[in-house]
Design a protein around this ligand. Structure first.
Ligand code: TMP
Length: 184
């Protein structure tokens, strides 16, 4: 809906995403990532993408606030996982687990695995970003099945699909270090 080109952004995203995948692999998270092959490409295992966007939220912001009236910036009592149907024609709507099972994208026990991996990733990355003085507000993941049918993390992890706030910002002002700078 909003387009712009920033020189060097692909190189940065590739670099950030590669570093994050390396970190997750060190923590035994199953991913499609094999290696970075040049400054703007990664080599990854081929997966059959599951058409669900898995969003984990630590702090209320963005669409959660628009749809619920929760005050932006409210820390959630526990991380919330929201599922979206990855379908451009339908505008990626929020979807229930029951509807996902109805559409037969994924089995209940597989969705459980997806949620467990997502919570593990959150624990790893929250700590990682905290050490960089950043708050991991929320993020979006995509999963796929490898050739053996195993569920693994796919896609990318960059400031295009997460929210990161600078903890050094003054007067309680939110200082976004992610795509919100462009969105806003
Ligand atoms: P939201 O507040 O717009 O629902 O976004 C929640 C998080 O998910 C935020 O970090 C941005 C990310 N996201 C994507 O990466 N792709 C998308 O299509 C959407 C809607 C959100």
């Amino acid at each position: 809906k909003k387009k712009q080109i920033f020189k060097g952004k692909g190189i940065l995203n590739c670099s950030i995403s590669s570093s994050i995948f390396d970190l997750l692999i060190k923590h035994k998270i199953p991913t499609h990532y094999i290696k970075k092959i040049n400054e703007n490409s990664i080599l990854a295992k081929k997966v059959e993408i599951i058409p669900i966007e898995v969003v984990l939220r630590n702090i209320a912001y963005g669409s959660l606030c628009k749809q619920t009236n929760i005050v932006p910036g409210t820390k959630l009592k526990q991380p919330l996982i929201d599922l979206y149907y990855k379908n451009d024609n339908l505008n990626d709507p929020l979807i229930t687990s029951e509807r996902i099972f109805l559409l037969d994208f994924i089995q209940p026990e597989e969705l459980q695995v997806v949620k467990e991996i997502t919570h593990n990733i959150n624990n790893i990355l929250k700590d990682f970003f905290l050490r960089l003085n950043l708050t991991l507000v929320d993020f979006k993941l995509e999963f796929g099945r490898d050739s053996s049918g195993k569920i693994i993390l796919a896609d990318e992890f960059s400031p295009d699909n997460c929210r990161l706030w600078d903890r050094n910002s003054k007067n309680g002002k939110i200082e976004s270090l992610d795509k919100d700078r462009f969105r806003n």
